[in-house]
Ligand binder design. Sequence first.
Ligand code: AMP
Ligand code: ZN
Ligand code: FE
Ligand code: FE
Length: 283
Amino acid sequence: MFADLHLHSLFSDGTFTPEEIVAHGKRLGFGALALTDHDTIEGCEHMAAACAAERIDFIPGSELTAEFADHELHILGFYLNTQYPRLLSEMARFQEVRQQRIRDMVARINELGVPLSVDSVFALANCRSPGRPHIARALVKEDFCSSLDEAFERFLKKHRPAWVPKAKMSALEAIELIHEAGGLAVMAHPGLNKCDEVIPELVKSGLDGIECYHTKHSSTTAAHYLNIAKQYGLLVTGGSDCHGLSKGKPLIGGIKLPIHYVHKMQKAREKRLASGDSTSRKS
Ligand code: AMP
Ligand code: ZN
Ligand code: FE
Ligand code: FE
């Protein structure tokens, strides 16, 4: 039995509905799936229902955009209480930041002489947690760019002319918020962030795990982070980071995390709940 613990739906910048993700998961034989949309948990109730119908274990999650020591980090929260008020209010705040950033980036694109309308981006995104891929798709759809890559290269990549930095919560706040919401906090794709030096500090602040297996990690990178997980006693997670068809072929199926890692997560979560470091204490 295998799991995929990093999946995006059209509630953020993926292209599949939660139901479509589950259909792919079923076809590929997964026993457990986590939905980890950027800064939102809106898709979780849909995915929970679809997983229940297919007898797949569902883990409600999210991928929080955070920063630490000038690095952008993504912190995955797993087993989140999706009703927890402060989680909902913080997510609403960061969704507003994302929407304003879309307006700012489109304004810059307009200043560069490309008359992309912000309404067309919001219509295409059709979600509360839009991101740069939605602008890229709108640029392609309206024939201002011939590919998503061109859109990122010309406008959207860090330090390109339409790029606007995103206000983020600190990684330490993200870990605390995830714990308050009853979840486990996991550093996403550390091989892409290349800032191993921050790991000890995050561990001190309660980081529970590290995403060793990811479609953009080589086997050497995965082995490196498995060693770090062992050294710090961290949980090991893994997922495809599938965004549906947004980047060509769907990535789901690219990572098959052995289910025993999920069992370890369940135990850790129970231990954390029993220790009272969660909403069971705060609400
Ligand atoms: P945002 O959340 O707005 O910062 O956008 C981040 C999303 O953009 C992630 O899903 C990335 O995978 C995607 N992304 C970042 N750089 C590129 C790129 N050069 N080409 C395509 N997608 C990208
Ligand atoms: Zn994404
Ligand atoms: Fe990420
Ligand atoms: Fe992701």
